[in-house]
Design a protein around this ligand. Structure first.
Ligand code: F6P
Length: 323
């Protein structure tokens, strides 16, 4: 019988994680469950760093970025000894269930952990990268895209004024979801993503053709994990061939902070609540996500073993609209 559940946030923080914690802390009592917060993700679990979370402890956080519980990238959770200790700590804290909010690393840990304990574990997708299978969007992705888009709007003003080429680097070590969405929403001329091989000669030729066609400025959005390198490397390699002044802007962790958008708050509220419901109804080993407007549950392993594809039509659209 489920009586007491824990909640943690792990990996890179993402705007909307607080809204998800709030949803867990307030849905728990609706199912007669006590809720405990675990600070600093799996690192805090290993240290037994817990805090009781009542409905009032999560007041006034729905609009805040970051995570009130803190987060960490925990190397010990990748070791058998760390996993065994995490299982021991869950049992010591007398938890019957755990909601793990995070990305693929979080769910790899959760999957291994669930093999070692009878404590039920359910995940909610929290990462700006949107690189999880089993949900159309992850919590934090929409905010990151909007933040990067606003930055590009500002860069566009100065790029146009000086007739410059800008390389704007956005986050995404292995995937180009942020780059693609912000590229279309921000009206970029080109996007470079890890999923598509970057041919710098072709890129230079495209930019020259756009300038010859009357464009006064150009914005190239670069995902940080692009195969041609980081934005600075790409700009240096390309600048010789172009008779155009250029600048590089790395948006970095600006994309991780700030108040979550309405879309992220809604998603986090729905998925946090649904994660508790799944635990209360006896399920474990799954991530809750939203696909085509419906909340669905996907086994942990599938969320990171399957590759969510970039939208090929959106890639094509960007090329058409950048003319
Ligand atoms: O996974 C989220 C993310 O922001 C990635 O886009 C980025 O590559 C990475 O985290 C940065 O990690 P850190 O904050 O640990 O440097």
């Amino acid at each position: 019988m489920m009586k007491r559940i824990g909640v943690l946030t792990s990996g890179g923080d993402a705007p909307g994680m607080n809204a998800a914690i709030r949803a867990v802390a307030r849905t728990g009592p609706a199912y007669g469950l006590e809720v405990v917060g675990i600070r600093r993700g799996y690192a805090g679990l290993l240290d037994g760093d817990l805090v009781e979370l009542g409905p009032r402890s999560v007041a006034n956080i729905i609009h805040r970025g970051g995570t009130i519980l803190g987060t960490a990238r925990c190397e010990r959770m990748k070791t058998p000894a760390g996993l065994r200790e995490a299982a021991r700590q869950l049992e010591k804290a007398e938890l019957d269930g755990l909601v793990a909010i995070g990305g693929d690393g979080t769910f790899r840990g959760a999957q291994e952990l669930s093999k070692l304990t009878s404590v039920s574990v359910v995940g909610a997708p929290g990462t700006i990268d949107n690189d999880l299978y089993g949900t159309d969007a992850t919590i934090g992705f929409d905010t990151a895209v909007n933040t990067a888009m606003e930055a590009i709007d500002r860069i566009r003003d100065t790029a146009e004024a000086h007739q410059r080429l800008f390389f704007v680097e956005v986050m995404g070590r292995t995937r180009g979801f942020i780059a693609l969405n912000v590229g279309v929403a921000g009206g970029a001329e080109e996007i470079l993503v890890p999923e598509v091989h970057t041919d710098l000669d072709a890129l230079g030729a495209n930019i020259r053709a756009q300038l010859a066609g009357g464009k006064r400025a150009s914005i190239v959005v670069v995902a940080e994990g692009d195969d041609a390198g980081h934005a600075f490397d790409i700009a240096h390699k390309m600048c010789d061939g172009l008779a155009m002044d250029y600048r590089v802007c790395v948006l970095g962790h600006i994309q991780r902070g700030g108040p979550p958008t309405a879309r992220d708050r809604l998603l986090a509220s729905k998925l946090g609540a649904r994660a508790v419901q799944a635990l209360a109804e006896g399920r474990s080993g799954v991530m809750v996500g939203e696909v085509c407007g419906r909340v669905v549950e996907t086994p942990f392993e599938e969320t990171y073993a399957n590759q969510k594809e970039l939208d090929a039509e959106l890639l094509q659209l960007l090329k058409v609209l950048a003319r």
